[in-house]
Design a protein around this ligand. Structure first.
Ligand code: P6P
Length: 334
């Protein structure tokens, strides 16, 4: 019985379109996918295996770490440090760059990731995810420095996420469109179920944490007020609102049925230009969104063009359906 196109088969066929491909990237992606399967298993068991709840520790973001934040971070590192494809790793859960142990060879790629995005949801059984971004190491065979990671999003070789929801899915792009795969636990393989994902250019659904309303800048205030005014307002139509507090779930919904997701710059904490992190949330998601025909901006500039200044740099994020995001950007440009 033909089970359909596996992720492994898909990646190898993609590799054939890449001149000079050595198989290094394909092997790296396979190791990453293995770690995602292990994370899916850990997340799926939930309270059965004592991984719920928080630790005493905080990450560099000053956020209380969930047990699964640390567990999933370790899973990614253990499965990706040994094969000789990476010159270093960086993560939301680690202050600095993780150096590949001396017993393993160094490779030509960099992996930066959020091992469990939306982890505040994990104790209440709402979807969470892993977000990853793969870059070329500037110098192959040398241990990566933090500066090596500070490349604009346009330099990403690959961006993707795993969504641990009612099913476990993997969505990724290598710059040739966006494809979605669903984990068949019986076979142990991700199978191609969502080829060529495209974001509808129009939408009637917006996602924003409305509790921050009083801190938003005028363009965002205006946009949301117009949505809320519905058929009686300037938009002449009703809108729907969603907020999952899990970026992976929001982006996945938008990839499937359109929408606009906003975590804009606000005045809540002047020290923070935004909440979401550039390197392992905004950049990978922006590559995926753009490859699917959407738009992703800070409100003032294209996210993928930003020259990073730090591993854990935060940026405002407005992404999704092209025509709706461009409307909001128009309001920002006065
Ligand atoms: P808030 C999760 O912590 C996250 O980084 C994103 O996944 C999510 O969209 C956002 O923060 C939720 O933020 O302020 O609503 O808890």
């Amino acid at each position: 019985m033909h089970i359909g196109t596996t992720l492994t088969q898909f990646i190898i066929e993609e590799q054939r379109h890449t001149t000079g491909a050595t198989g290094d990237f394909t092997s790296l992606l396979n190791d990453l996918v293995t770690s995602i399967k292990v994370i899916s298993n850990a997340v799926n068991k939930g309270a059965l295996v004592g991984t719920m709840g928080a630790l005493e520790s905080e990450n560099i973001q000053g956020e209380t770490q969930k047990k699964l934040d640390v567990i999933t971070n370790d899973i990614v590192m253990r499965h990706n440090e040994w094969a000789g494809h990476l010159a270093g790793m960086a993560s939301e859960e680690m202050d600095d760059v993780y150096s590949i142990p001396a017993k393993y060879p160094l490779g030509k790629y960099l992996l930066v990731f959020d091992p469990l995005d939306g982890s505040s949801n994990v104790d209440i059984n709402i979807s969470v995810g892993t977000i990853f971004s793969i870059l070329h190491a500037p110098v192959s065979g040398r241990a990566a420095t933090a500066e090596d990671f500070l490349q604009p999003g346009t330099k990403q070789v690959c961006a993707g996420y795993a969504l641990y929801g009612s099913s476990t899915m993997l969505v990724l792009t290598t710059g040739h469109g966006v494809n979605g795969f669903t984990l068949d636990r019986d076979v142990g393989e991700f199978l191609l179920t969502h080829p060529g994902m495209k974001i509808p250019e129009n939408t009637g659904e917006f996602a924003i944490n409305a509790s921050n309303r009083r801190f938003w800048e005028p363009p965002v205030q205006r946009y949301v007020e117009e949505c809320l005014a519905g058929t009686e307002g300037p938009r002449g139509r009703d809108f729907n609102m969603r907020w999952v507090a899990s970026m992976v779930a929001e982006v996945h919904r938008i990839l499937n049925r359109g929408g606009i997701f906003m975590y804009p710059r606000d005045t809540k904490d002047p020290a923070k230009p935004g909440k979401l992190r550039l390197m392992y949330e905004a950049n990978p998601m922006s590559m995926i969104v753009e490859q699917a025909g959407g738009v992703s901006s800070t409100g003032y500039e294209r996210i993928l063009d930003i020259q990073p200044s730090g591993l854990h740099q935060r940026v405002p994020v407005i992404l999704g359906s092209k025509n709706e995001v461009e409307r909001v950007l128009g309001y920002h440009n006065g």
